[in-house]
Design a protein around this ligand. Structure first.
Ligand code: UDP
Ligand code: MG
Length: 136
């Protein structure tokens, strides 16, 4: 049975800066994701703070929000069967040192903070995050 889902992906500043946008998109397409919507933007720190509000009590929150707003990012809506978990799998572990072979973070991540991509962690958060960037 098919279970079509959408999830939010962000190519973070470290990857955009290194011109990895197309290579990362190819990895998504190769795994069968369709890129339904996309835009390259730079956000204000205040927007990053709203986006990452679930992390507001964490010690890394301030640096994380400063980082996400530090340069251009590419935000995308990805679609395929089980897109949320499939994207998490393709991204790899938060810390690139722990990420499995063949994952985006293993291939391109620099460090736990500069880990190249964001992906929604649940179907519920995917809806919230898609709506955050693509209200229409
Ligand atoms: N992060 C960090 N230090 C940490 C944990 C997380 O800088 O010790 C950053 C990292 O960029 C990560 C983001 O905060 O991608 C959000 O953390 P989360 O635990 O949600 O990881 P993710 O869902 O991105 O794998
Ligand atoms: Mg997360």
């Amino acid at each position: 049975m098919s279970n079509l889902e959408q999830t939010l992906s962000i190519i973070k500043p470290d990857a955009v800066e290194r011109n990895l946008e197309n290579e990362i998109k190819e990895m998504f397409k190769h795994k069968g994701f369709s890129i339904i919507k996309e835009k390259k933007i730079q956000i204000e720190k205040s927007e990053a703070e709203r986006f990452y509000k679930v992390h507001e009590t964490k010690p890394f929150y301030n640096d994380l929000c400063a980082y996400l707003s530090s340069g251009p990012i590419v935000v995308m809506v990805l679609e395929k069967d089980n897109a949320v978990s499939g994207n998490r799998e393709l991204m790899g572990a938060t810390n690139p040192n722990d990420a499995a072979e063949g994952t985006i973070r293993k291939k391109f991540g620099i460090s736990i903070d500069k880990n190249s991509v964001h992906g929604s962690d649940s179907i519920e958060n995917a809806k919230i995050e898609i709506n955050f960037f693509f209200k229409d």
